[in-house]
Design a protein around this ligand. Sequence first.
Ligand code: XMP
Ligand code: MG
Length: 180
Amino acid sequence: MNDDIEKVLYSKEDIVRVSQKLGKQITQDYEGKNPLVVCILKGAILFMSDIVREIDTYCELDFMDVSSYGNAQVSSGSVKIIKDLDVSVEDRHVLIIEDIIDTGRTLRTLVDLFEHRNAKSVKICTLLDKKERRVEGVTPDYVGFDVPNEFVVGYGLDFLGHYRNLPYVGVLKPKIYADN
Ligand code: XMP
Ligand code: MG
């Protein structure tokens, strides 16, 4: 599987460093607020599990599965809720954990939804921000890395369901796309 990678953009060590830095900021910002930390499945699972271990204040965790991409590399433009939260966001400080913001459609939809459900506040923490591709006005509050406009895999991010288990973020060799 590692052989399919053309280049590593963010190593395991880079990600550890950035998670520690963001975790410290989040700890300060949410002290005493008991936030609901929401992981967007499946892409954000690795980032979620690393970052919450760097958050040293009381918080609760929940999970939401949404789909905007289907199985392809091109955004379909609409966002579908596959699994909703188990708990209510009403009167809660919500911190969304995401793997990557691309067009911004997914996060725009979720922020609007949580605000509509009367969350006390809604903030976004994303590992990667692909700013160049933004079509919706979404500004994340915590960002790991600004990523160039390339399709990336690893550390939760997939191509056709694979590569989520790579411990780093990288770019696939062109031949992998050609073969699929
Ligand atoms: P939007 O466009 O709604 O998309 O901001 C966010 C979702 O799109 C997926 N995405 C990617 N997945 N490599 C991936 O594996 C990428 O380069 C990429 N860009 C966007 C991702 O699932 C994210 O939640
Ligand atoms: Mg995703």
